[in-house]
Write a protein that binds this ligand. Sequence first.
Ligand SMILES: [Zn+2]
Ligand SMILES: [Zn+2]
Length: 122
Amino acid sequence: MPLGGSVMSTDSDIAQTGMREACTLLPVPDHGDMTDAQFKGTACVWCCTPISTDTAVDLGQRRIRLSDGHITVSPRACGPCTAERIPGALAQHTATCEQCVDSSFGCDTVTALRHLELEASR
Ligand SMILES: [Zn+2]
Ligand SMILES: [Zn+2]
């Protein structure tokens, strides 16, 4: 018998938390352009490739405004698409981060983004 249910990641893992924050820096498409599968996180939010829990990169929760309120979605993406967008997110971050103006060494966000890039390009 298969073990039912999904394996939840532990919130106590600080590295994971940093990663999740870094993920939210990656811009996702407008919800009007997203398919059902993309909303559910079963297809890459950028290229529509079906993804499994093994290959998906969790992009964190996003609040989306609809005409009649808000919904929260958890978009996911494939590794190549994520890796492709990290340099842009890094550039955007370092332009606005006080710590990165001095030096990006020691900036948690940069560390998390770099880590995510490694994970995504496995
Ligand atoms: Zn993709
Ligand atoms: Zn920074």
